[in-house]
Ligand binder design. Structure first.
Ligand code: PLP
Length: 366
């Protein structure tokens, strides 16, 4: 079986360094908000090119806390609207509704799967306060149009970078383009911890300070609470492990890019549409997502050939039981994508023969 993603093999590459990092934390006797988190925050901010990085417990909290911080600062208030792509992982929407803000779902560009910038302005009204853009599947959103719309209408821009660690747009990294960005280090992400972990990047000093307090009970100084905060801290163990893996992120991204290029050059089946990268740097290939009207049959066929695939995602957010109010919305582009997308095996540890087997199996399918 060619697994969709073999986390054990990915982490095995660095097992010596990971075990040393874990031992360092065990021996330190300090497990929450210590030297490892501080160092990881510095290193990840430097990697993204931002002034600040704030480690948090997971990617959903990263996004949720950014909006929450603006509410605490009086820049956003309950009922305000946030523009968000209609085809995204549910976490992007949950971050908005958890703050009692209103998600305004906008259709994607089916070529890139990302928010279609030409559709944004018609959704802006006097309640619109922010755009939450998602760099889906690892491809950075065409962001300059979004930034100029945001500046014109005085909107905040949040980047959901959970799938796009290291993606670049005109020399700038994901996480260093909007006002703030949320990252996930869930084990299966391109930069994956060995448990739950996340971070926020920003170059806004006030926002960074509010976020540092919010993640730690609303406190910057022990037992002095300036906000009704939460407990959402990145722990020392995950930070130490992430510091090891951050060193290899760019190398792994290059492997992902060559696999994606190989797939794109060699998959030639008229019923299958391959994904495209605008430029090489724009995509870090968290997922290699093909489209076909015969999606369910192709997935079953590949499974029989010993190739595991995954659908990202089978049900769009507006059709989820959790969002009954949104169920009657008509978003035909998103709905069509959800019916047609299929993610092929993609990871930095796929062997050349595995990749060839995937290509051959997709090509003979009819
Ligand atoms: C994974 C993911 C998240 C959430 O990250 P967690 O660490 O699992 O909370 C948010 N947005 C997108 C697009 C994701 O893929």
């Amino acid at each position: 079986m060619i697994p969709f993603l073999d986390l054990k093999a990915i982490n095995h590459q660095y097992q010596q360094a990971l075990k040393e990092a874990a031992a360092r934390v065990i021996d330190s006797g300090w497990y929450i908000l210590g030297e490892e988190v501080a160092q990881f925050e510095n290193e990840f901010a430097a990697y993204c090119g931002t002034e600040y990085c704030i480690g948090v417990a997971n990617g959903l909290d990263a996004l949720t806390l950014i909006l929450r911080a603006w509410i605490e600062q009086g820049q956003l208030t309950e009922g305000d609207e946030v523009i968000v792509p209609a085809n995204t992982y549910i976490a992007s929407i949950l971050a908005i509704t958890e703050n009692r803000l209103k998600p305004v779902l906008v259709e994607p560009d089916p070529e890139t799967f990302n928010l279609d910038p030409t559709l944004i302005e018609r959704h802006i009204n006097e309640k619109t306060r922010a755009i939450l853009t998602v760099h889906l599947y690892g491809q950075i959103t065409v962001i300059d149009t979004i930034m100029s719309i945001a500046r014109k209408h005085n909107l905040k821009v949040i980047e959901d970078c959970a799938q796009a660690h290291g993606a670049c747009y005109q020399g700038k990294k994901a996480g260093n383009i909007g006002d703030a960005a949320g990252f996930s280090f869930y084990p299966g992400k391109n930069l994956g911890a060995l448990g739950d972990a996340g971070a926020i990047t920003t170059s806004d000093p006030q926002l960074a300070e509010t976020l540092r307090a919010l993640r730690n009970y609303g406190s910057l100084e022990k037992y002095k609470n300036i906000h009704q905060g939460v407990n959402s801290r990145l722990d020392e163990m995950q930070a130490a492990l992430l510091r090891v893996k951050l060193r290899y992120l760019d190398m792994e991204t290059e492997v992902r890019r060559s696999i994606a290029e190989y797939y794109s050059q060699n998959i030639a089946n008229p019923v299958v549409q391959s994904p495209i990268a605008q430029v090489r740097e724009s995509h870090v290939w968290h997922l290699y997502v093909i489209r076909t009207e015969l999606r369910d049959r192709l997935a079953a066929y590949l499974q029989k050939q010993g190739i595991q695939t995954v659908i990202h995602y089978p049900i769009p957010p507006h059709k989820q039981a959790a969002y009954i109010d949104l169920n009657s919305m008509k978003l035909p582009i998103s709905e069509k994508l959800h019916n047609e997308v299929l993610s092929l095996p993609m990871s930095p540890v796929l062997s050349a023969s595995d990749i060839d087997r995937v290509v051959d199996a997709v090509n003979v399918f009819q």
